[in-house]
Design a protein around this ligand. Sequence first.
Ligand code: ACM
Ligand code: ZN
Length: 776
Amino acid sequence: MGLALGIFGPMRSLILPCVLWATGALAQTPTTVDLLPLPVSLQYEEGVCTLICPWQLEVDEAASIELFDMLHAELMSLRPPQQVQCILPLRIGFRMVAFDTLMPPEWYQLTIRPNDIEVMAPSAEGLYRGSRTLVQLLEQGRSSGALPCLTITDHPRFPWRGMHLDVCRHFFGVDFVKQYIDLLARYKMNTFHWHLTEDQGWRIEIKKYPKLTEVGAWRKGSQIGPYAAQTFDTLHYGGFYTQDEIREVVAYAAARHITIVPEIEMPGHAMAALASYPHLGCTGGPYEVQRGWGVFDDVFCAGNDSVFTFLEDVLSEVMELFPGEYIHIGGDECPKTRWKECAKCQARMQAERLKDEHELQSYFIQRIERFVNSKGRKIIGWDEILEGGLAPNAAVMSWRGTEGGIAAAKAGHYAVMSPGSHCYFDHYQGDPANEPVAIGGYTTVQKVYSYEPIPEALSAAEAQYILGAQGNVWTEYILTPEHVEYMAVPRMPALAEVLWTPKDMRDETDFIRRLEAEFPRLEEMGVNASKSMYQVRLTLRQGEQLGEIVIEANGGKPTQPIKITLEDDPPEPWESEMVLINVSTSPYDGPISIKEPFIVTVSHYDGVDLDDRSFPASHRTITFNLATAHPITLSTPPHERYSTGGAFTLVDGIRGSSRRVDNEWLAWKTDVTITVDLGEEKDITHIGIGALGDTHSWIHLPQEVIFSTSSDGSTFSEFGRAHPKPNASGKVELGTSVHTKSRYVRMEVNSAGTISEGLPGAGHPAWLFLDEVEVR
Ligand code: ACM
Ligand code: ZN
């Protein structure tokens, strides 16, 4: 391959004991292998490598004794059950080679020859990544006792391949954190973002401030169930990591070439710290470690120097524990309410000539950055740190969309992409009706796999600043390790492949096929992976005729038939029976068009996995009104985060549920005007539109909806307005009665605008959530 290779240092070598005489043939040698993530290059060679001879493990000492010990234990567990005496043992070598400038970071090469398996790399990191490939290969060769000969040459596309875990909303002990790190390692991810401090709990021991864990690690209860229910239990809840435990986890990750990025939140999400040391807040308290989720007005005081002393002391201990380049300082969702009223904060703004509280937040972050930089480290923060001026050396984690990452890269700052649309693994991954309660959203494994971390808005030079991406697991609704695994896998390997494999080699069908083979291995490892991707999905689209909806079923388990069933529309109370029109007593073989109301069910065809709770059916009630499946236009496109299905979502016959899933609702942070063409003049008696109110989640009913109609589509005459009760909650239909004959109907929907003081998200634009248009 033309690279200069050289061997450094002596080899540590050991022949793995245990030799039995084999009887009976083993299963057939696989002719191909499947890897997650897909390597850059895989070339099959002539011949077969037999795995049933004794193994001789040789690890270059330059690579580390730790690697030898770790691999020895791991490989022992992967040997085929049958072993035979051979003239030569199977040599499994890990060899350091001289660095060559042609080799990208983390580069490795793995060759399998009849009597010899070798991983070589110029770095211990490369050897370790190669060892992850080898583990997956040996798993596949175990039952047959053989592997095809091959050469793999491989390296990652991005240097930041991250997963995050929130251990504050719910606490996860050291054993599980290590298992989580094992999963990252398996898929060659290299960054673990450990979210350690929050309103609901401070989880890291700080020697100088013992109350952070004596007081701040515990709360008097927790919010339970869906957010809107606002229900709480009264159970004492908490936990924290001692510094010894932190060191243990850091070392565990380092052995797997995973860097831990600790997050210490500031200036917001700080209630646990304030409850421990009330002088750190603007009002002096008293404060409580929070039981409920959300964003809280009490934050670190930006005018009090003792806050900076405190944070510098905390960060000093944190930097002692975590050797990585980056320290995450949070920066997200910091209300400015207290700062506006605090004499000390206002005095700071005067003294520093800051024009508003956003600049005060920027002052806060920049002051912390100077301290962190003075210790030779860098800060990274959520994209709000761009507001009021970005700290000179900071990296940005783009979560509210991709705009933060784009702005950072254009300004020559590094960015890690973690947009809610593709990288929030706390979102639903299957039909919400069949999933455990989640925060909202709808992010299937296929959607994660389709993610492209380099935004189109960036030039090639600017794209260099995109370090990679990260999947986030926030745990408000996730109480157990099993549930974390369920939310993280298989979305984690999907993102891992996005970040490792060259873009033009990505192929969703092939990925899903490889994932199929991964599930039994995950099961063997005891990982509770979600199989929601096998649920049959229902998609609706506009038919060719007006008022026609095309229903498609897709997904399901590959190669297994699925079906669609239509039942008569929901019974009125006086109707005693539903009529079942089963349009598919045979397996589904293509889209179905409907022009009348039905309850639609998609599922696996009878007899297939029907007992497995992973494959429940999905139901939708489809109703028709004069606007259903008619041309609709929007003056402003919906926000990218709630735009799935586009404008058709408002006339697809399905009403959004209060679970607020983003393929049922469209959302804006602005006003929007909606126009529907009924196709011809129709007698109209009612016009309305569905809206959602959930002020805890910054979602407000519109201030006003203005209804009008037109015969020509250009001159509209207004005939009514709706004014919902401000701050009302739940799903509401805003409508008005009318007696007219018209072809076009229009709704000007005026959003609630800026959220008022005293409400969650004060000062931010309110979300406007809309669903079905109703014209009768
Ligand atoms: C975040 O999700 N608040 C960063
Ligand atoms: Zn203050």
